[in-house]
Design a protein around this ligand. Structure first.
Ligand code: CP3
Length: 352
């Protein structure tokens, strides 16, 4: 398959990419969702006085912030520092990321005309992404870089609600009540997310993760009908780029099989699902996860014992990438993540 991903053979043979391809590994690879960010004092220092979206558009900051957790923890992969709403911002949607709140959209999407007013994404909208990825891939050497995008449902939720939401009531009202608007919106976002992933892979990212963080708000039947076709579109396009695809959402225990079928090589499992069950539901695919992010606040020996259980459960899958069951909580002590990384690396991936 054609791929412009990093040509460094150490990247191709890395434990992370081997596990993502369901090949044997020398150790269980580890990275953490939100490994870059507020839990790191060096991140807080760098971000002082710089707004979140502004920092995502400055290659010097993106490169440094992405590298910080790799240097500190020796994790097996870097994740590109950006946000799922950045491509919308880049095409001109009026939105901001408010500290402690999340993405806020000034004019929520309601009509077909609102959808039509959102431009498609081309590489010319995001030259700073291409530049940052290219620099990062050089600096990372043998460590793979994960590119990412938001899945259509999760991004639609911000556009329709106008901000973060627990119930996703307006989003579902559109999904159930205005199928023409819903389909136009999902199709628009699918195109933007696919294009955003392509830019990252063409600049050298060697895997992608599609975040459908809030897809767990839908039932399996509704997921199949109103969500899955457009996630499938994004993952199929990403498959054509020749890199492994990770598909993750929160509270998606009932959806794991479908999320795999949408076109994932690796199914992300949140911490509510015992990983052994997650492995079964992933239907022969590799899995990623799933230590409860709150376990970092437990005594170290409790956290490490639970991490051992996660690694043991992961042995039943053809590939396992160790991660938390959702993002690093901002009050996490980085030393706990360092201990966790070393501990998982010390366990043999194949036998007790
Ligand atoms: O290290 C990494 O994981 C890469 C960076 C990353 C960010 N956002 C940076 C960020 C990634 C992968 C994301 C994805 C993202 N953004 C998701 C999917 C992942 C998930 O958590 O489920 C979602 C739903 C968003 C939307 C979003 N952006 C939220 C909910 C928030 C948090 C609001 C808050 O302040 O608590 C953001 C802001 C954001 N994105 C921050 C970071 C580091 C915090 C802002 C800051 O540091 O000032």
């Amino acid at each position: 398959m054609p791929s412009a991903a990093s040509s460094d053979p150490r990247v191709h043979d890395s434990a992370f990419l081997r596990a993502a391809r369901s090949e044997p590994v020398p150790h269980t690879p580890v990275w953490f969702m939100r490994q870059a960010g507020r839990s790191l004092p060096e991140y807080r220092a760098l971000r002082e006085g710089v707004a979140m979206l502004e920092s995502c558009m400055r290659p010097d900051l993106v490169v440094e912030i992405t590298l910080q957790p790799v240097r500190r923890y020796g994790v097996d992969a870097a994740i590109f520092f950006s946000d799922i709403v950045l491509p919308l911002k880049a095409v001109g949607v009026d939105l901001d990321i408010k500290p402690g709140v999340g993405p806020v959209v000034s004019r929520p999407v309601e009509t077909l005309a609102d959808v039509a007013a959102i431009p498609d994404l081309t590489p010319e909208h995001v030259p700073f992404i291409t530049e940052a990825v290219q620099t990062l891939v050089r600096e990372l050497g043998g460590t793979p870089l994960i590119g990412f995008a938001g899945a259509p449902f999760t991004v639609a939720s911000y556009l329709v609600e106008g901000g973060p939401s627990k119930e996703h009531a307006r989003t579902k009202a559109m999904m159930f009540g205005a199928p023409d608007v819903w389909e136009a919106l999902m199709s628009k976002i699918a195109g933007i997310s696919a294009a955003y992933l392509a830019v990252q892979v063409e600049a050298g990212a060697s895997a992608v993760q599609l975040f459908d963080s809030w897809a767990g708000a839908t039932s399996p039947d509704d997921y199949r009908r109103y969500v899955m076709p457009w996630s499938t579109e994004v993952l199929t396009a990403a498959g054509g780029l020749g890199v492994p695809r990770i598909h993750f959402g929160v509270g998606t225990g009932e959806l794991l099989g479908l999320m795999g079928d949408a076109g994932a090589d690796v199914v992300g499992v949140d911490w509510r699902v015992p990983l052994a069950d997650g492995v079964r539901r992933a239907g022969g695919r590799a899995v990623q996860g799933n230590l409860d992010p709150s376990l970092v606040f437990a005594p170290t020996e409790v956290m490490l014992a639970r991490a051992t259980e996660v690694v043991e459960a992961g042995r039943a899958a053809p590939g396992h990438i160790f991660n938390l069951g959702h993002g690093v909580l901002p009050s996490t002590d980085p030393d706990q993540l360092a201990r966790l990384t070393d501990h998982v690396h010390s366990l043999h991936p194949d036998s007790p």
